[in-house]
Design a protein around this ligand. Structure first.
Ligand SMILES: NC(=O)c1ccc[n+]([C@@H]2O[C@H](COP(=O)([O-])OP(=O)(O)OC[C@H]3O[C@@H](n4cnc5c(N)ncnc54)[C@H](O)[C@@H]3O)[C@@H](O)[C@H]2O)c1
Length: 288
């Protein structure tokens, strides 16, 4: 399938990532179904997107008409069948657990039209671990967005050994059409490019914190004021979610068996306490 044939997109999972991926697609003119098994999550996605869109209108970045039209193309649904039955392209953004993703891909494969591409937004899991749950492995790939999707421009498209050239090229072209910048990787590697680099920075930041060398605030200041990063590693992990970081590291540990891949003790402690960052009001910082 080529990109011209894409009219309808389904985004599965309406959390931090899925909600904004759906909005970006709707703003680019696509008809979008955003699906979640949780009504609460769908309601939260809707109100959060309304808040972000209002801010863009107030700042003059988008007109009220553009936003109204985008919302009229965006459907919030709980039925997976309704979301994918007429879809051309599926972007999965559910919880970072391999078994959950495999189950979902098998269900989407049964319900979606034969021509539809199914992409995963997973932060770590390469699509060859999921593709064989479907009968269309050549139409499965990674399409990895960055948080917050409304702002961050890069999308990593990963073509696995099972992914057809056509699927990879269509996904790269779709990325451009939703006004993002693609990089296409033709070799699978867990974590892809940007997060592997970020992971090294994070490891060092956690080492400095856990050994009492510097506080989270000081490490963030070093990164923002000396290295000119727009945000420090601890402010970033609070933004993306300590649970997301924890699950990514556990996933990598389970894949590699490498003890060094495990989440650090301070991350594990915060995860178990439910101090997950901005979403719970407390992480490395406290939020009002
Ligand atoms: N948070 C980030 O910074 C970030 C960045 C890039 C990629 N990702 C990846 O995106 C995916 C989602 O991350 P997130 O931060 O949006 O998570 P999140 O926890 O905010 O949202 C996940 C959503 O998926 C829903 N869900 C779970 N199982 C489902 C199912 N079977 N069917 C439909 N909906 C289901 C949940 O109800 C929840 O609303 C993960 O794979 C993660 O690795 C996250």
């Amino acid at each position: 399938m080529n990109v011209e044939q894409i009219q309808q997109i389904a985004v599965i999972g309406s959390g931090a990532m899925g909600s904004q991926i759906a909005m970006v697609c709707a703003l680019a003119g696509y008809s979008v179904y955003l699906q979640d098994t949780s009504r609460e999550s769908l309601d939260k996605a809707k109100s959060s997107l309304e808040f972000h869109m209002k801010r863009r209108i107030d700042k003059g970045k988008l007109s009220a008409r553009e936003v109204d039209e985008a919302f009229s193309r965006l459907n919030f649904v709980m039925s997976l069948e309704e979301a994918v039955r007429d879809t051309d392209f599926v972007i999965e953004a559910i919880v970072e657990k391999l078994e959950a993703k495999r189950e979902l891909f098998a269900a989407v494969d049964r319900l979606a039209p034969a021509h539809a591409i199914i992409a995963t937004n997973s932060s770590t899991i390469v699509s060859s671990k999921i593709a064989d749950a479907t009968n269309r492995p050549e139409q499965v790939c990674n399409m990895h967005f960055f948080n917050p999707v409304l702002v961050m421009e890069l999308v990593e498209v990963v073509q696995g050994p099972h992914t057809s050239e056509q699927t990879a090229q269509t996904t790269v072209e779709l990325t451009r059409r939703i006004h993002k910048t693609p990089i296409l990787l033709t070799t699978e590697i867990s974590g892809f490019v940007a997060n592997r680099i970020l992971g090294k920075l994070m490891d060092e930041a956690l080492y400095l914190l856990e050994n009492g060398i510097a506080t989270a605030e000081e490490i963030d200041l070093a990164c923002t004021k000396a290295l000119n990063h727009p945000i420090g590693p601890f402010a970033l992990i609070d933004l993306t979610g300590i649970d997301v970081h924890y699950l990514i590291r556990m996933q990598r540990y389970e894949e590699t068996g490498d003890e060094r891949a495990k989440p650090s003790s301070i991350v594990t402690e915060k995860y178990l306490k439910g101090e997950l960052g901005r979403k719970t009001g407390k992480g490395f910082y406290t939020y009002s």
